[in-house]
Design a protein around this ligand. Structure first.
Ligand SMILES: Nc1ncnc2c1ncn2[C@@H]1O[C@H](COP(=O)(O)OP(=O)(O)OP(=O)(O)O)[C@@H](O)[C@H]1O
Ligand SMILES: [Mg+2]
Length: 462
């Protein structure tokens, strides 16, 4: 390792741009606290030299750029992942996978890399782990059946060493697990610091673009779900994937938060098993499998996560308040939305559960964030409050407004198709959507278009 010297790096204030040779808690120029971030000094990189045109690369006409090589995608063979990526990894793309600790990021990556190794036909794929030893990774790879010839494991945290190996091996794909464990010898900061993460990600990106090799990074997330390190990390990468799930449930959802080469509305659903992550082809069937029959408070909602319709069960329980005032507890949906719907139910539909304890839960650990689930939540609460089950074979969707009106939502046809596929016979939906349906959309289904919450409850409850 070359000797490190503080003179090689400097600390720049993120507020005013002032540079200091040493880290200080407060910027002496603008007095901002904690604003100094380490970066490689001008002496190392030669800023003025970097800015001078070298003639190595010149602007070209958009129409003249050859596209064949950029269009080629390397598919890993895991359908749910390839779909979320937009058809596979694009040459030279820079991909970040984020997720909670222990959710299965390394598992997903290893399985994907095994597939990519096979797809590279005799090429190599380099998996660098800064968190686990080669032996640990190999044990996992064997358990997952992810040991094709050509998948190389490397335990390393020095960026310079990683890039050196990558240059030597020229793998078809380079993966680094995780970016927070990698450090550059050009900086003094500890691995995971803002300066280190930014510098290492920047140099890996330059390597990806200059060699045309896809680079996949794993990123830790902070307590509130954001990718740890500088926000700029999410800006420099081409694709940000988020791997989500509830620890206690085996289901995992892969979501593209950003994708320069495909739609961000796709999601992939997996189940974590002993042998690794298994694709779930019909998530609706899975989420509805344990649904109680004719139980008050249980409603099937035709939700659409991104562009993918998914039927899920929303459950509500209304119980006498344990304390002087009613508590609201929500899992899988926004508790503010539940509070709002309780008020609308009381004021506009004559269902008053305001003084009682109200619990709302989405079965299977799924998280629902779209407005079209409003009607399902409201129906579940009304069903629980009146101890009246929902008519069997019924699915609902629609947004509820403050006046108690049921508003139209997107993707109505897809939601109906999913309900039909899963054997549902009645769908309660916004009248505005129902009035625009083609005959084929509603074939085999009894469609009940409703304009307000009262009408919806009349149609939904037995
Ligand atoms: N022997 C095993 N059998 C079955 N499942 C296992 C086994 N070992 C690990 N798992 C599953 O894999 C999960 C951990 O996966 P993984 O290490 O890929 O997560 P990660 O997101 O990379 O975690 P970290 O943030 O620590 O890097 C565990 O929570 C567990 O569900
Ligand atoms: Mg891991």
């Amino acid at each position: 390792m070359p000797p490190r010297s503080a003179a090689r790096s400097l600390h720049r204030c993120q507020s005013c741009g002032h540079a200091e040779p040493k880290w200080l808690g407060r910027c002496p120029a603008c007095s901002e606290w904690n604003s100094l971030v380490e970066e490689v000094g001008a002496g190392v990189r030669g800023l003025s030299a970097a800015r001078a045109p070298t003639g190595a690369r010149r602007p070209v006409a958009a129409a003249d750029v050859a596209l064949e090589e950029n269009d080629a995608r390397l598919a890993c063979g895991i359908g749910e992942l390839d779909r979320v990526l937009g058809g596979g990894l694009v040459a030279g793309s820079f991909v970040l996978i984020g997720g909670d600790p222990g959710i299965g990021k390394s598992t997903l990556l290893l399985q994907a890399l095994a597939g990519l190794t096979r797809a590279s036909r005799g090429g190599t794929v380099l998996y660098v782990s800064g968190e686990e030893s080669v032996a640990q990774t190999a044990i996992r790879a064997r358990r997952l059946g992810a040991t094709p010839v050509g998948l190389l494991l490397h335990a390393e945290t020095s960026l310079e060493q990683i890039l050196g190996e990558a240059d030597r091996l020229r793998p078809a794909v380079l993966a680094v697990d995780s970016i927070q464990t990698v450090h550059s010898e050009a900086l003094d900061g500890i691995p995971g610091s803002v300066g280190q993460v930014r510098e290492c990600a920047g140099r890996l990106m330059t390597w990806a673009k200059s060699t045309g090799t896809p680079v996949v990074l794993v990123g830790h997330v902070t307590k509130d779900g954001a990718i740890a390190g500088p926000k700029t990390l999410e800006h420099v990468v081409d694709v940000v994937l988020s791997f989500e799930g509830e620890g206690a449930h085996p289901y995992r959802i892969l979501r593209a938060l950003k994708n320069r080469f495909g739609a961000t509305s796709e999601i992939g659903v997996f189940e974590m098993r002993q042998g690794g992550l298994v694709e779930v082809e019909s998530p609706s069937a899975l989420f509805l499998a344990e649904r109680p029959v004719d139980a008050p408070g249980s409603v099937v909602v035709a939700s659409a996560d991104g562009v993918r319709p998914i039927l899920v069960e929303v459950q509500a329980l209304v119980a006498p308040a344990a304390t002087g005032f009613g508590r609201r507890t929500a899992a899988g949906v926004d508790s503010n939305r539940v509070a709002l719907l309780l008020a609308v139910l009381a004021e506009r539909a004559g269902v008053n559960a305001l003084a009682q304890d109200v619990f709302v839960n989405v079965a299977g650990g799924m998280k629902l964030a779209e407005p079209a689930i409003d009607l399902g939540i409201a129906c579940a609460i009304a069903s629980a409050e009146g101890r009246t089950p929902v008519r069997s074979g019924t699915a609902v969707f629609g947004e509820v407004g403050l006046a108690g009106e049921v508003r139209g939502v997107t993707l109505a046809e897809g939601r109906l198709g999913e309900a039909r596929k899963l054997g549902f016979s009645r769908v309660i939906m916004p009248r505005q959507n129902a009035s625009r349906l083609e005959a084929a959309d509603s074939a085999g289904l009894e469609i009940i278009g409703v304009a307000d919450l009262r009408a919806a409850l009349r149609a939904v409850l037995v």
